[in-house]
Design a protein. Sequence first.
Lengths: 116, 112
Amino acid sequence: QQQVKQSPQSLIVQKGGISIINCAYENTAFDYFPWYQQFPGKGPALLIAIRPDVSEKKEGRFTISFNKSAKQFSLHIMDSQPGDSATYFCAASTSAGGTSYGKLTFGQGTILTVHP
Amino acid sequence: EPEVTQTPSHQVTQMGQEVILRCVPISNHLYFYWYRQILGQKVEFLVSFYNNEISEKSEIFDDQFSVERPDGSNFTLKIRSTKLEDSAMYFCASGRYQETQYFGPGTRLLVL
């Protein structure tokens, strides 16, 4: 029940295209859903995050869509660029008030390659 | 912009040896975490630390692991007797609030 399932494992997109990565969760106590970007040899970097009280959040070319009833959320990268080539992880956590102190449960990761 | 830093960047050790991985969290952060990532796999939570004590730990974080905040700025992860399966990238993270966690660059640990 603690798992976060992410798909696809890998994704190849042409420059200028839209990259879409999907995640699904089971634990309804999750109420914070960040996406992290990781370049080889580096730590995960927080990209964008959403709470379930909104269905969409946009920051520049990055958009999170959230479907609370389906327990799914996705990352859309518009106008994908070669510099976006990285591994993307979705994650989920339970906020204050519960017994979890922000422990992030990560998805398996998606290797995104954007061809020029 | 403040960053989480970790030392060393790489560590090679023999099985059974003790290792200490060090982290300097961002200075005004209150929540501290260790995660690990085995090569090619997802990032896994190890332990969270708040108010000078462990607040949560995973089943991976057994008696061989310990954490300390010895001087109010550093945050360390000790593995008492390393095993081959401890080989992984270890990430420290910190946050002013629980949710927004900032990760360090990691320490790659190789146990031979």
